[in-house]
Ligand binder design. Structure first.
Ligand SMILES: Nc1ncnc2c1ncn2[C@@H]1O[C@H](COP(=O)(O)OP(=O)(O)OP(=O)(O)O)[C@@H](O)[C@H]1O
Ligand SMILES: [Mg+2]
Length: 350
């Protein structure tokens, strides 16, 4: 089996490295269309950071978080008895003996159980702040990364938890300069809400991780022996969507034809878009076929548009991962090249 190597992302890596070299002042929101490679970028970054740069990476994907207890469970990396002594160590604070990255904030079990019992979010934040301060005082500004933040977008613990969390992040960055805070999401409706949130005005920055451009795509495919023609086909069907390109690379490595594999991918996506119309016919979706087609029509010629007002149909199609909106630029485009082509296929047949 040939493993696909991490490719490029030079600019994004430089940007993040530059941020890590300066005192934290703002929360950084990493956003972009689905499957553009945000998680991969962060994982690669973590792998390449020096050992003394402590990173707490929490991925909420696939984690069911519907109440305080579940939130606490995902936030912390509970230390078991065997490693308990080492945890005591860092609170002294001697941190160098601990590993470089964690999937949660390390916490001794008894303290974790206490947080469970008392169900106080503020207590949890105080604990996290203490841990981050211990690392900070050891000479390196720690990094806190929450992937798929939208998972807790609607969660209430007394009030909406997300506001408490944002306030905590503002405290860690703008006020205390104690930790770099990155949050990641590909849910553009969530990003849109964040973007229009008064509380965050002037307190965060946005970093777009989009699909590869043409040049990056060609360089990626060249590593796997794609001919110019195969690269042209891959670009035509997948654009620079890494996951789609990886699919074609694997197909080629398995001796398959790049063009027919690409056509298969398009067929699948087209069928998925048609299924929206099936749902409309069955009364499962409240929008009319006409109004959805109206939205699609905009992309018969264009690949990306500037939007003025957002309407319900757009929101619906964003929710269905057909469209991606970038609220910072007020642009809208299909989530991927395959989506764009599928939309055009649908338009041809109506
Ligand atoms: N820079 C890269 N080099 C090589 N492969 C990549 C790269 N970025 C992404 N990929 C491939 O694309 C897949 C999807 O990437 P990833 O999961 O990071 O996307 P994402 O933007 O986090 O997606 P989501 O929107 O679901 O959060 C990865 O599993 C990997 O195979
Ligand atoms: Mg991801």
């Amino acid at each position: 089996m040939r493993r696909i190597e991490f490719h490029n992302r030079v600019e994004e890596m430089e940007e993040i490295t530059r941020l890590l070299d300066t005192e934290p002042t703002l929360i950084t929101f990493i956003y972009g269309p689905i499957n553009s490679g945000k998680t991969e970028l962060i994982n690669n970054l973590i792998k390449n950071l020096p050992e003394n740069q402590k990173v707490f990476y929490i991925n909420l994907r696939g984690r069911f978080v519907s109440n305080y207890d579940e939130f606490i469970k995902v936030l912390f990396d509970v230390e078991h008895e065997a490693r308990y002594g080492r945890i005591q160590e860092f609170l002294k604070p001697i941190v160098n003996v601990l590993p470089g990255s964690y999937h949660g904030i390390p916490i001794p079990k008894d303290m974790f159980l206490k947080l469970f019992e008392e169900k106080d979010v503020e207590d949890a934040f105080v604990y996290i702040e203490t841990v981050l301060r211990a690392f900070y005082e050891s000479g390196n500004v720690p990094v806190l990364i929450i992937d798929e933040l939208q998972v807790i977008g609607d969660l209430k613990v007394d009030d909406l938890l997300i506001y408490k969390l944002f306030n905590f992040f503002i405290r860690l960055t703008k006020e205390l300069h104690l930790a770099h805070v990155f949050t990641i999401s590909s849910d553009s409706l969530f990003i849109e809400e964040v973007h229009s949130e008064a509380m965050l005005e002037g307190r965060c920055r946005y970093l777009l991780v989009d699909d590869f451009d043409r040049e990056t795509t060609a360089a990626f495919l060249e590593k796997y022996g794609f001919t110019d023609d195969e690269t042209a086909v891959a670009w035509e069907y997948c654009g620079g969507k890494p996951i789609c390109l990886v699919e074609l690379v694997n197909a080629k490595l398995n001796g398959k034809d790049v063009e027919s594999e690409s056509k298969k991918l398009l067929k699948i996506r087209t069928s998925q878009i048609f299924s929206i119309f099936d749902e409309i016919s069955l009364g499962k979706v409240e929008y009319s076929e006409k109004s959805i087609l109206e939205e699609f029509k905009n992309f018969e010629q264009e690949e990306m548009l500037q939007y003025g007002r957002i309407n319900k149909e757009k929101i619906f199609l964003v929710g269905r991962n057909v469209f991606f909106i970038d609220p910072t630029q007020r642009t809208i485009k299909p989530q991927s090249r395959l989506n764009l082509l599928a939309i055009r296929e649908v338009m041809k047949s109506v």
